[in-house]
Design a binder for this molecule. Structure first.
Ligand SMILES: Nc1ncnc2c1ncn2[C@@H]1O[C@H](COP(=O)(O)OP(=O)(O)O)[C@@H](O)[C@H]1O
Ligand SMILES: O=C(CO)[C@@H](O)[C@@H](O)COP(=O)(O)O
Length: 555
């Protein structure tokens, strides 16, 4: 009898579950559940308005993902629940929420339903930038050694900026929370009844180190005396390595989902990091870009090397025995979604409908007829700030070269190209700083859906691109970790490397750089870098001034 595991990938807008065969990673069934509250960036369900750069979520949506998708993959596959040996989950990060001792989210309690700081702060919540700035300045002043592991600058997306914002703006919420926990760990807690913390989110998002632990309490006290004991009071210090078994499924969740109580559940993982074994990467020098709403760039190395402007590197943070490096772009597919929503004329939408095409596919069809440089446009891909290598959420997007002849498909293509230039900047930054990049892999919704974009990326980064063999690379990765948590005695695996070898998947297709296009793109990339440095470095404050004036209107 075959054995199966279920992987659940909690993305920005939906949760996706896959049920896969442990023997070969074959996807037997899949299911998606869109979060009913999506991303709350303008108002709470009560109608209360949110400020600039807020991005919240509702934890009930995460539970509903379990109740919808698990029964559906069981039904669709016809698999016997007894044969599901493990469950793995991955989540966006740093996506964090304040909860009570028993795991109840504060926003479930009537007294906090109208309090923005009681909700989940989604990874792209950028409203704590002032805190991130102080975190960085204080660390620099005190000569904190850990700062170099995080590229020299902590992002406002990471945990301590977010918890400090709560303390500062809503001290009563800070006092009422017993724990501030990554959604990845919270959902595992709901599944197993056991509170665990995973080494991936702790390492990348909460400054934790395998040997050194968290930064010293004197550092937190220097930020704000009320934060001195933040780690002991709100986080918890017992951190489990990736692939460990967090616990067994509780009878209540088993009943609601159709699984068997006690089924092994892996400790939480991050949507980007979890995907690495899903494309069979088991060694150094291969960048995996997980391309969706945002893009994360994951890279293994045997060497420990400080690289400025990256999100960070963590020992064993992706796979055991390697330093796992992460860099990223906080906005990739989000550019295209924004463009489609705000800038595409009705006539285009109607024509796409007539042709039975998704509007992005239609725009790509038109833009695909053009050559590199033909539109005369060049954009900066900073519609949601810049995560790497500038680490500044106050930077904003721009497009240069528009005329009365400029067409929507040209603007769309310029945005695609800008994201690829951003990726090239990240690759070159790794290479320049002593972490070699030999190969490039892509996974995520964009790699799956858009040959047009993959070709542009190959032309711009000048490297062949290999594509994940699974439509749901992260969910497959979670299922692989689920198989490791189950262990070989239950029909899973004892090593993540063996599991990746057996269950990981790559497509046969490889996108090769086209020499004619690469030559033009080299010219455009030089101009991109000029704009990038002009607006992003060297004391030019245009974008920051505009943002400051905008914030003054917040009232
Ligand atoms: N045909 C397409 N080509 C390129 N991008 C697309 C296409 N359809 C949707 N997208 C983009 O994919 C992004 C979502 O990616 P996905 O990987 O599914 O989700 P997530 O990143 O939240 O896990 C959206 O931002 C959207 O703009
Ligand atoms: O930052 C990370 C991982 O470190 C991601 O979770 C975050 O960029 C969100 O990813 P998605 O774009 O939703 O796939």
């Amino acid at each position: 009898m075959g054995k199966y595991t279920i992987g659940i990938d909690y993305g920005t807008l939906s949760g996706r579950a896959v049920l896969v065969d442990v023997a070969d990673g074959r996807e037997v069934a899949s299911s998606e559940f869109k979060y009913p509250h999506a991303v709350m960036d303008e108002a709470l369900p009560s109608g209360r308005k949110l400020g600039v750069d807020w991005a919240l979520q509702h934890p009930q949506d995460y539970l509903d993902v379990l109740y919808h998708t698990i029964p559906e993959v069981l039904r669709e596959s016809g698999a016997d629940a007894e044969d599901i040996v493990g469950v793995g989950i991955d989540f966006t990060a740093c996506t964090v929420l304040p909860v009570k001792k028993d795991g109840t989210p504060l926003c479930f309690l009537p007294e906090y339903q109208d309090e923005p700081n009681a909700y989940v702060k989604l990874w792209k919540h950028h409203a704590a930038q002032n805190k991130a700035n102080r975190i960085n300045e204080t660390a620099e002043k005190r000569g904190e050694k850990w700062l170099a592991r995080y590229g020299g600058k902590i992002s406002s997306e990471w945990l301590f900026a977010k918890i400090w914002q709560i303390l500062d703006e809503s001290p009563e919420v800070y006092a009422a929370m017993d724990r501030f926990i990554e959604a990845a760990d919270w959902i595992v807690w709901q599944l197993t009844g056991v509170e665990t913390r995973n080494s991936c989110t702790a390492g990348y998002k909460a400054l934790w180190h395998k040997r050194g632990g968290y930064p010293p309490r004197e550092y937190f006290a220097a930020l704000d005396p009320r934060l001195e004991h933040v780690v002991q009071e709100k986080l918890g210090t017992e951190i489990l390595p990736l692939g460990s078994r967090a616990g067994g499924l509780t009878p209540e969740i088993a009943e609601k989902t159709g699984l068997v109580p006690g089924t092994a559940v892996a400790v939480g993982n991050v949507d980007a990091h979890v995907c690495v074994p899903a494309v069979k990467i088991c060694g150094a020098g291969k960048v995996l870009a997980i391309m969706g709403t945002s893009t994360c760039h994951m890279l293994l190395s045997e060497q420990e090397q400080a690289v400025p402007g990256i999100c960070g590197y963590v020992e064993d943070g992706i796979l055991p025995g390697f330093y796992g490096y992460e860099a990223g772009q906080s906005c990739v597919g989000d550019h295209f979604a924004w463009f489609v929503k705000n800038c595409v004329p009705e006539s285009y939408v109607e024509q796409a409908q007539k042709e039975g095409l998704d509007i992005q596919v239609y725009l790509q069809k038109l833009a695909g007829k053009q050559k590199a440089g033909e539109s005369g446009l060049l954009a900066l891909d900073w519609w949601n700030g810049n995560r790497s290598v500038l680490v500044d959420v106050d930077l904003t997007g721009m497009m240069l070269g528009m005329t009365l002849q400029t067409k929507p498909e040209e603007m769309y293509r310029a945005l695609v190209e800008a994201t690829a230039f951003g990726t090239r900047t990240i690759i070159e930054n790794f290479e320049k700083n002593g972490v070699p990049v030999d190969e490039f892999y892509a996974a995520g919704g964009i790699a799956e859906k858009s040959p047009f974009m993959m070709q542009i990326y190959a032309d711009i980064i000048r490297k062949p691109i290999r594509i994940s063999g699974s439509k749901q690379g992260s969910a497959l990765g979670a299922a692989i970790f689920g198989a490791v948590a189950a262990g070989s005695e239950a029909g899973g695996y004892d090593s993540i490397f063996e599991a990746a070898e057996k269950m990981g998947k790559l497509k046969d297709v490889v996108y090769m750089p086209n020499e004619d296009e690469t030559k033009t793109y080299d010219l455009l990339y030089a101009e991109y870098t000029r704009l990038h440095d002009y607006f992003g470095r060297g004391g030019n404050n245009v974008m920051k001034t505009l943002k400051r004036i905008k914030k003054e209107h917040e009232g």
